[in-house]
Design a protein around this ligand. Sequence first.
Ligand SMILES: [Zn+2]
Ligand SMILES: [Zn+2]
Length: 243
Amino acid sequence: MGYFFDFHLHSCLSPCGDNEMTPYNIANMAALAGYDIIALSDHNTTRNCPAIVKAAAEADIVAIPGMELTTMEEVHVLCLLPDLEAAAELDRIVYQQLPPIGNDPEIFGHQWVMDEADHVLAEEERLLTSATGIGLYDVAELLRSLGGVALPAHIDRPSFALIANLGFYDPQMGFSAAEISRQCERPQFAAEHPELSGLPYLIDSDAHDLTAIPDAAYQLELSEPTAQAVIDIIREGQLLGRL
Ligand SMILES: [Zn+2]
Ligand SMILES: [Zn+2]
């Protein structure tokens, strides 16, 4: 069965995420926009995942835990986890690899941890957008060890993206698929990057504010709307198509 999805959404815990991107608001806006299954993928943290999972269930959609990890090469990698325990473990590992640089809310924005009813539980003080000490050749294996899956995020973009930052793609990095942005001119991008030929792709919004959550447009065939089913088809490459 086909399920409308968006696996790349930022909450108010990301410094660049709008303060209105609360777990409750995201879940209900996504439901209104027609999504069946979403993932929260804040920068280098999963601490708002418990809230989004509950808020989504109350809005009659499914949310799965995620993270947008920044590698030491400053490449963004979309990480999806099978459950909240694995998400908490990834959070612990990544936080240890995050430089102890404080966030300045006046410049970068607040980093709020919330519950499903949008109560602020904590404000994260360490800047979450910094590069971690985790390298591009290690992130796919790290996610595999946690039962999850990793994809280079918005691989067509000119910054914080694998091709732009590295200048090449190496299958040895171990990714089974890539994410492309909604704005990507796919035929042109694929023609310019024959090294990516055959790589399965997903398309997500990377929304940082509520108005940037677009109407649902892309569907995946899933056996059931669960994190495990999503991780399985990403590993198998049964996605929207191939570059
Ligand atoms: Zn990104
Ligand atoms: Zn993002």
